[in-house]
Design a protein around this ligand. Structure first.
Ligand SMILES: O=C(O)C(=O)Cc1ccccc1
Length: 314
């Protein structure tokens, strides 16, 4: 270990008071680790890969805004880090102001881009015309507001950030959708955790050639082995316009024979495969939870709707 601390270390997106910190502190078995807040996603990734920290911890996906590209893209294209664990945290966004500030005074809102996006409707209807400004994290935004003399500036972020930086909570829970969750990942330079029987594997498939059916070809390897996918996302390959790579999460562990065989088959035929880790997966919501949270079924199309569209009279 090449760092100044005697105990094992975990670097995370700081400063103190981020949602990332709250998610990290929920991991009981990391209590013996020294948690070190860093200023940016980039710093966490670079310094973990360089071996300065044993582990890194970052958000990777939000249920309203989707993938956190500041984590995923560098993991796909620049770094060689392995996911050790995933954690889900329920997120509530809050409007934070300097003590004494009236809502009518607010002219600029600052936060991490995902946080302001999670509250876009709230801002449009309740703070029309405000300027949106970007910080490296929600807690950094709170710190900026606290350190500024400007009463027209407000932050969006966690309640704990208001406490740490001495801000007032103007309005609580301003996110646009209920059930706002963020998934975080624990990263390490080496090591694949033991198989638990309830695992997930993440990979990136880089197509060797762009030809018809190449995605289908990749997916067939999973279907043939009854391996269930939990996420499929395409990202520009960053080489040629129109070329993409596919980021795939699926159930199972690299030490499961069918999983290993599937990855071998894909890399032998269609694509270069980058392994991002096999790790215990968070329990999936039960059907009952989904039912309870679904707002309305109006607008969903049923079986046979294509036929109905084609033959409106038939
Ligand atoms: O951890 C935080 O407070 C952040 O600002 C990062 C973040 C990004 C996306 C969703 C939740 C948190």
């Amino acid at each position: 270990m090449v760092n100044e601390f005697s105990e094992p270390t975990v670097a995370y997106l700081g400063p103190r008071g981020t949602f990332t910190e709250e998610a990290l502190f929920s991991l009981d078995d990391l209590k013996g680790y020294r948690a070190v807040p860093l200023g940016s996603f980039k710093e966490v990734l670079e310094r973990t890969e360089a071996g300065e920290f044993d582990l890194g911890f970052l958000p990777i996906e939000n249920s309203i805004e989707g993938t956190v590209l500041a984590t995923l893209d560098p993991m796909v294209f620049e770094h060689h880090l392995l996911i050790q664990r995933e954690v889900e945290l329920e997120i509530h966004q809050n409007l934070l102001v300097k003590p004494g500030t009236e809502r009518t005074e607010i002219k600029t809102i600052i936060s991490y881009s995902h946080a302001t996006a999670q509250c876009a409707n709230y801002i449009k209807h309740n703070l029309p015309g405000v300027t949106i400004s970007t910080a490296d994290s929600t807690a950094q935004a709170a710190q900026i507001v606290a350190e500024s003399d400007d009463h027209t500036l407000a932050a969006i972020g966690p309640l704990v950030a208001a406490q740490i930086y001495g801000l007032w909570v103007e309005t609580e829970q301003i996110e646009d959708f209920a059930n706002n969750k963020t998934r975080f990942v624990l990263l390490s330079r080496t090591g694949v955790p033991e198989m638990t029987g309830c695992d997930k594997t993440s990979i990136v498939c880089f197509q060797l050639a762009d030809r018809p059916g190449s995605l289908l070809g990749i997916l067939e390897h999973f279907a043939r082995r009854s391996i269930n996918l939990s996420k499929l996302e395409s990202r520009p390959a960053k080489s040629v316009m129109g070329e993409y790579c596919f980021i795939i999460d699926f159930e199972g562990h690299i030490r499961d024979e069918p999983v290993a065989e599937c990855l071998e088959a894909i890399s032998d035929s269609q694509a270069g495969v980058k392994f991002l880790g096999s790790y215990p997966r968070v329990p999936v919501s039960s059907l009952k939870d989904i039912e309870k949270n679904s707002v309305s079924r109006v607008g969903y199309v049923g079986k046979g709707w294509v036929r109905e569209l084609l033959n409106p009279l038939g």
